[in-house]
Design a protein around this ligand. Structure first.
Ligand SMILES: *[C@@H]1O[C@H](CO)[C@@H](O)[C@H](O)[C@H]1NC(C)=O
Ligand SMILES: *[C@@H]1O[C@H](CO)[C@@H](O)[C@H](O)[C@H]1NC(C)=O
Ligand SMILES: *[C@@H]1O[C@H](CO)[C@@H](O)[C@H](O)[C@H]1NC(C)=O
Ligand SMILES: *[C@@H]1O[C@H](CO)[C@@H](O)[C@H](O)[C@H]1NC(C)=O
Ligand SMILES: *[C@@H]1O[C@H](CO)[C@@H](O)[C@H](O)[C@H]1NC(C)=O
Length: 375
C-alpha cells in the first residue's frame, strides 16, 4: 500500500463510498466462505446468541444492535465469523463496549461491503471522555487467545475504536474512519487501535483516521505494527506507568515499521506517567517511519506525561530505544522536531540512525542524548 498523505483521507472516503455498489470480495473472505456451505446467519441481533452458541461458522449480516446492548460474540473454539452489510449500534449514553469478541483460535473477517458503524457523530461533543454525554468507550473489544482479524471497516467511534487483550493475534487490513470527527473538533479520545497485557501481536496493512493515539501499546511484549498509515491522531504510541502495580508497566520488544503518520499532534510518542509504579520499556524500535505536518513534536519521548512540564520521573526505565530511518516534517510556529525528557538516570542505550525531522522554527529539546542523533 503506497498512499500519499494528501490522498489518504479521500481514499478512505472513496473506498467506503464505492463499496456499497460493488460485489467484489477479498480472497480471504471467499476462502473463508468456501470452508463450508453450513454457515449460520444472524440477520438480526436477536439471532446472535443462538448462532454463536451453536455454530462455529457464522455470518453476521446487516442488523442494528439495540441501545445499551453489547454485541457479545463469545465464540466457540476455532470459530470463523464473517461480517456483511452494516452493523449499527443504536445510541445510548452508557459505557459500552459496542462489540466484545472472545475466543480461542478464532477468525473474524469482514466482507468488502461491510461496515461497523459506531455512530460517533451522534455522541461527539468535543469533550471525549472528560465530560459531556456518556459515550460507549470502545467499539470493537477483543479478548482472545490465538486469532486473526481481517479487513474490518469501522466508522465513527464514539470514543476508542479497537481495544485488544490477548496472545498470538493478528489484525490486518483495518480501516478506521473517524474523518467526521474533525468537524468542529467534536471527535475526541477516538483512539484507533490499542493493546495491553498482550503478547505476540501483529497489526498490519491498516489505515486509521482519528483524533487520539493512532496505535497505543501498553504493558505488552513481542509485537509488530507494520504498514499502518495514520492521519489526524496523536501518535504511534507506547505508554507506561499507568498502573500502580510494577509488572503492569513493562513493555518489551515492540517494533513499529513502515508506518506513516500525518496531520497529528505527535508522530512517534513514548510516554511514561510519573505517578505510576515502576517498570521498564525495553527494546522498542521504530523503523522506516514517515512523519508529516505534525503540529507539536515529530518525536516525543517523555517521562512527564501528561503534564509535559519537564518534571520527568525515573519510575520507568527506557532501554534500547531504537529509531532507524525516521524522516519527515513538523509544521506551525510551535512545533518541535524532537523532544526527549527523561527522568534522572532512567534512559540508556538509545541508538538512532537516519532520524531527520524538518520544518521546526525551534531547536530540539533533549535532556538525554541518543547515540547517533544530534539533539
Ligand atoms: C470457492 O469455491 C468455488 C466453488 O468450488 C471455487 O470456484 C472458488 O475458486 C473458491 N474460491 C476460493 C477463493 O477459494
Ligand atoms: C444451542 O446451544 C444451546 C447452548 O449451548 C443448547 O442448549 C441448544 O441445545 C443448542 N441448540 C441446538 C439446536 O443445537
Ligand atoms: C521480538 O518479537 C518478535 C515478534 O514480534 C519475535 O519474532 C522476536 O523473536 C522477538 N525478539 C526477542 C528478542 O524476543
Ligand atoms: C526509509 O523510510 C522510508 C519511508 O519513510 C522508505 O520509503 C525508505 O525506503 C526507507 N529507507 C530505507 C533505506 O529503508
Ligand atoms: C547501540 O550502539 C552501541 C554502540 O554505539 C552498541 O554497543 C549497542 O550494542 C547498540 N545497541 C543496540 C540495541 O543496537
Amino acid at each position: 500500500m503506497n498512499i500519499s498523505f494528501k490522498s489518504l483521507v479521500s481514499v478512505l472516503v472513496f473506498v467506503i463510498g464505492i463499496s456499497a455498489s460493488t460485489s467484489y470480495e477479498s480472497i480471504e473472505f471467499l476462502k473463508a466462505k468456501n470452508l463450508t456451505a453450513d454457515y449460520c446467519y444472524a440477520r438480526s441481533y436477536a439471532e446472535v446468541s443462538f448462532v454463536v452458541q451453536n455454530c462455529t461458522h457464522i455470518v453476521l449480516a446487516n442488523f442494528e444492535v439495540p441501545a445499551r446492548e453489547t454485541l457479545e460474540l463469545k465464540l466457540r473454539k476455532n470459530s470463523v465469523v464473517l461480517i456483511e452489510g452494516t452493523i449499527k449500534f443504536a445510541v445510548a449514553h452508557w459505557d459500552g463496549p459496542l462489540m466484545h469478541i472472545t475466543g480461542e483460535n478464532i477468525q473474524v473477517i469482514g466482507g468488502t461491503n461491510h461496515l461497523i458503524h459506531g455512530q460517533g457523530e451522534l455522541y461527539w461533543d468535543g469533550q471525549g471522555g472528560a465530560g459531556g454525554v456518556t459515550k460507549p468507550q470502545r467499539v470493537f473489544s477483543v479478548k482472545a487467545e490465538g486469532g486473526t482479524f481481517k479487513n474490518i471497516n469501522i466508522k465513527n467511534c464514539p470514543m476508542f475504536c479497537v481495544s485488544i487483550m490477548g496472545n498470538d493475534l493478528t489484525f490486518s487490513g483495518f480501516n478506521i474512519d473517524n474523518n467526521d470527527g474533525f468537524k468542529n473538533g467534536r471527535g475526541k479520545n477516538t483512539d484507533g487501535m490499542g493493546f495491553s497485557h498482550s503478547n505476540n501481536i501483529v497489526i498490519e496493512n491498516s489505515k486509521i483516521v482519528n483524533q487520539d493515539d493512532c496505535v497505543n501499546v501498553i504493558c505488552s511484549s513481542n509485537a509488530v505494527i507494520r504498514n499502518v498509515h495514520c492521519w489526524g491522531s496523536h501518535g504511534l504510541t507506547i505508554s507506561s506507568g499507568l498502573s500502580k502495580t510494577d509488572r503492569n508497566n513493562d513493555v518489551y520488544n515492540i517494533t513499529y515499521e513502515d508506518c506513516s503518520i500525518g496531520g497529528s499532534l505527535v508522530g512517534i510518542h513514548v510516554k511514561t506517567h510519573p505517578a505510576g509504579g515502576h517498570g521498564t520499556v525495553n527494546q522498542v524500535t521504530y523503523r522506516n517511519i514517515e512523519i508529516k505536518d505534525v503540529t507539536k513534536f515529530g518525536v516525543e519521548i517523555q517521562q512527564d506525561y501528561p503534564k509535559g512540564d519537564g518534571n520527568s520521573a525515573n519510575n520507568i526505565n527506557i532501554y534500547n530505544m531504537n529509531l532507524i530511518n525516521v524522516t519527515g516534517s513538523v509544521k506551525g510556529s510551535k512545533a518541535i522536531g524532537v523532544r526527549v525528557s527523561c527522568g534522572s538516570g532512567s534512559c540508556s542505550d538509545w541508538n538512532w540512525s537516519d532520524v531527520k525531522i524538518t520544518g521546526s522554527h525551534k531547536k530540539d529539546s533533549c535532556n538525554f542524548h541518543p547515540n547517533g542523533y544530534k539533539c
